[in-house]
Design a protein around this ligand. Structure first.
Ligand code: SF4
Length: 373
């Protein structure tokens, strides 16, 4: 199989052109054709040399991912199941908020981290995504939105918060980020990209050295080691002390505040003891806390706290000088808990003999009734 053009960063493309005896200046035109003009057939790159057009036609693949299912939530969130060349699928979600349309991309098929609240964890790690498959989620969904919704629908932000632990797939995520940010291409600013991690300490230590300076979000979920270990077994290896030693090395000038994601689970991490531990652990000037009331899924072991409890927790953090917000659960009516959609398709054997999704039966009466025409 040919390598994907979407695996090439701008610098790699220049290097490749030089190695092949072609002009490296062609990289600028090529990124312009591919990422700005959406012309994915090299034969149509009119200002590129014939030799370069032939080379890319013969040797590179420009195909996007296949959207095999999509659903629209009442709140405007669109969830997609996309299929890659080897038949594996991942989820990707477009979330509207004010003037933004954020794409939440997956970084792996499944995940090895094993957070006990997460549906993707039940799938285990199947493989890392290539950079082209991460960039491909963006290109595929942008194209789908243009063709199926409106030419005005523009993805403005990216969060690496879909299936997988992005830092477990460090090199490919770094490459995808460089491609997203390339000035000659999609030119997404560093503030429009958020990298989220469960706390893989060796990779966090590398961030400061060679990762583009995008926003960082850390899945904290508890400031108490015992509770965090219960929620996130990774905390056994990289406990809060090791984690925060690594976080201190991230240059905040570039990354500004770090966002701490805090899943609120009833009776688990929503007590006064948790508030006090958070206050002790975080510096209000350098932190933003994002409370995420648990999104229950069938078989999940945790429960969502009551609205009063959620508001109480928020109030406690604000009183202590923190910037703290509640992230409303998006798309809960379309199985938006991470990994849930893919599992439901597999469990119910919703693929037909040609590996296409069958007409959706019972998952989803709840899914279908929320689709808009
Ligand atoms: S929450 Fe993220 S890191 Fe944890 S198991 Fe799920 S996908 Fe992996």
């Amino acid at each position: 199989m040919k390598p994907s053009f979407f695996d090439l960063t701008y610098d790699e493309l220049k290097l490749l052109l030089t190695e092949k005896g072609l002009s490296p200046f062609g990289a600028t035109q090529m990124f312009d054709w591919v990422y700005r003009k959406w012309v994915h057939n090299p034969q149509e790159w009119s200002n590129v040399s014939k030799a370069a057009r032939e080379f890319f036609t013969e040797n590179y693949d420009f195909s996007l991912l296949k959207v095999v299912w999509n659903g629209l939530s009442k709140d405007g969130t669109r969830k997609f199941l996309v299929k890659m060349n080897d038949g594996q699928t991942v989820e990707t979600v477009a979330i509207p908020a004010r003037e933004r349309l954020t794409l939440c991309v997956s970084s792996q098929v499944g995940c090895a981290v094993g957070c006990t609240f997460c549906h993707t964890a039940t799938q285990g790690l199947k493989r890392h995504l290539k950079a082209s498959e991460v960039v491909g989620q963006y290109l595929t969904i942008q194209k789908w939105l243009h063709e199926n919704v409106s030419m005005d629908e523009k993805l403005t932000n990216i969060v690496y918060m879909g299936q997988g632990e992005p830092l477990h797939n460090y090199e490919n995520m770094k490459k995808a980020t460089l491609i997203f940010m390339a000035e000659r291409g999609l030119a997404l600013g560093q503030r429009r990209i958020t990298l989220s991690t469960s706390g893989l300490v060796p990779a966090i230590e590398k961030l400061a050295i060679d990762f583009p300076p995008v926003n960082i979000a850390l899945s904290l979920h508890s400031a108490r080691n015992d509770v965090r270990t219960e929620l996130m077994p990774i905390n056994k290896v990289y406990d809060l002390e090791r984690l925060f030693n690594a976080i201190k090395k991230i240059p905040l000038k570039a990354h500004r505040r770090i966002t701490y994601e805090y899943l609120l689970a009833d009776g688990i991490n929503d007590t006064m003891e948790d508030v006090v531990a958070l206050e002790k652990l975080l510096n209000p000037k350098e932190s933003k806390i994002n409370l995420i009331p648990f999104n229950e899924f069938p078989g999940s072991k945790y429960k969502r706290p009551s609205e009063e409890k959620i508001m109480w927790f928020l109030d406690q953090m604000i009183k202590r000088g923190f910037t703290c917000t509640i992230r409303t659960t998006k798309g809960s009516d379309i199985l938006a808990a991470c990994g849930q959609l893919k599992s439901e398709f597999e469990k119910l054997n919703l693929w037909d003999k040609d590996n296409k999704p069958k007409v959706i039966p019972s998952i989803a009466s709840s899914v279908r009734q929320n689709l808009t025409p």
